[in-house]
Design a binder for this molecule. Structure first.
Ligand code: SAM
Ligand code: DTB
Ligand code: SF4
Length: 314
């Protein structure tokens, strides 16, 4: 668990992000080296165990039932999940993350997920789940099944949040994160950039994350994948160097976290990904699929890592 030394205000994070690009990268890389081996990248593989049909209205999400995105609803059987995890491990992943398109799981859903978690854990992988909001007692149940990490994102700044999601509020998310922490599960929490938010909103997201006590062990930063049929289809795309600034700010403010290049990595291209690794990113989603959208081929990631002299965390 991270020892939180100080919280970061929005102004302080915004000031970091305003630094001349090379000064920001130099500082972030220094923090990275003080805390991690800069040649090592952690690999997590994702699987959607319950896809589509979600009642929430997250404007970025292809799995909301409110939008015509062509995503088919479905649930994976336990054997399929275990087989996917086995292959992920064989390919070099150390963590397997199971995602479900729920607003919040029902207790009977949780029973099924608990079985998946304990089977995946039995393969010698770290386990992660992202199932939406958790009620009292549910995090404990997941912990008992062997869950190592729970992913629940703050997504953006408190100020911009209402323009993206109306079916639940920021405080709901903070409460779920509190339950996860209290149950002794590691927190995986990050957000999305490229939704039309301002730089100050991006600083606001990082400030919120860095001020969680303690800050999250894993911080996924997603670059919006614009999916046809979602309200954010056609949003103005973000300058990729701005994405690098967000990674650098996450590294400086959460020095001991694994900062993960998450959705939208293919769209960034190899040069920008290399800059992100320099700026302190040290984790990726690995495998050809995220939940419903594409991701670089595992082989292409291995090749890029080799060219950059990066090795996978074992
Ligand atoms: N339903 C659960 C929830 O919302 O917490 C778990 C799954 S949800 C798909 C997990 C995260 O994926 C979201 O919080 C969001 O940050 C990210 N995400 C979803 N759609 C995305 C997209 N089109 N582009 C980038 N990130 C996305
Ligand atoms: C996270 O922050 N990003 C991942 C994971 N946590 C669950 C999900 C990305 C989803 C991208 C859209 C899709 O594939 O459906
Ligand atoms: Fe549902 Fe999660 Fe997608 Fe929001 S992000 S619509 S809660 S699956």
């Amino acid at each position: 668990m991270n020892a939180q030394e100080c919280a970061w205000s929005v102004d302080q994070v915004a000031a970091l992000m305003e630094l001349p690009f090379n000064d920001l990268l130099y500082r972030a890389h220094g923090v990275h080296r003080e805390n991690f081996d800069p040649h090592v990248v952690q690999l997590s593989t994702l699987l959607s165990v319950k896809t589509g049909g979600c009642p929430e209205d997250c404007a970025y999400c292809p799995q909301s039932r409110r939008y015509e995105t062509g995503v088919e609803e479905g649930t994976e059987a336990l054997e399929v999940v275990v087989e996917s995890a086995r292959i992920a491990k064989q390919n070099g992943a150390t963590r397997f993350c199971m995602g479900a398109a729920w607003r919040s799981p029902k207790d009977r859903d949780l029973k099924l997920i608990a079985e998946m978690v304990s089977s995946v854990k039995g393969l010698g992988l770290q386990t992660c789940a992202t199932l939406g909001m958790l009620k009292e007692g549910q995090a404990e149940c997941l912990r008992e099944a062997g869950l190592d990490y729970y992913n629940h994102n703050l997504d953006t700044s408190p100020e911009f949040y209402g323009q993206v999601i109306t079916t639940r509020v920021y405080q709901d998310r903070l409460e779920t994160l509190g339950r996860v922490r209290a149950a002794g599960i590691n927190v995986c929490c990050g957000g999305i950039v490229g939704m039309g938010e301002s730089r100050r909103d991006r600083a606001g997201l990082i400030s919120q994350l860095a001020s969680l006590t303690p800050y999250p062990e894993s911080v996924p930063i997603n670059n919006l994948v614009q999916v046809k049929g979602t309200p954010l289809e056609g949003a103005e795309s973000l300058d990729p160097f701005e994405f690098v600034r967000v990674i650098a700010a996450a590294r400086i403010t959460m020095p001991k976290s694994f900062v993960r290049l998450s959705a939208g990595r293919a769209e960034l291209g190899e040069g920008i990904q290399a800059l992100c690794y320099f700026a302190g990113a040290n984790s990726i989603f690995y495998g050809e699929k995220l939940l419903t959208t594409g991701n670089p081929e595992a082989q292409a990631d291995r090749a890029l890592m080799k060219r950059l002299d990066l090795v996978a965390l074992e």
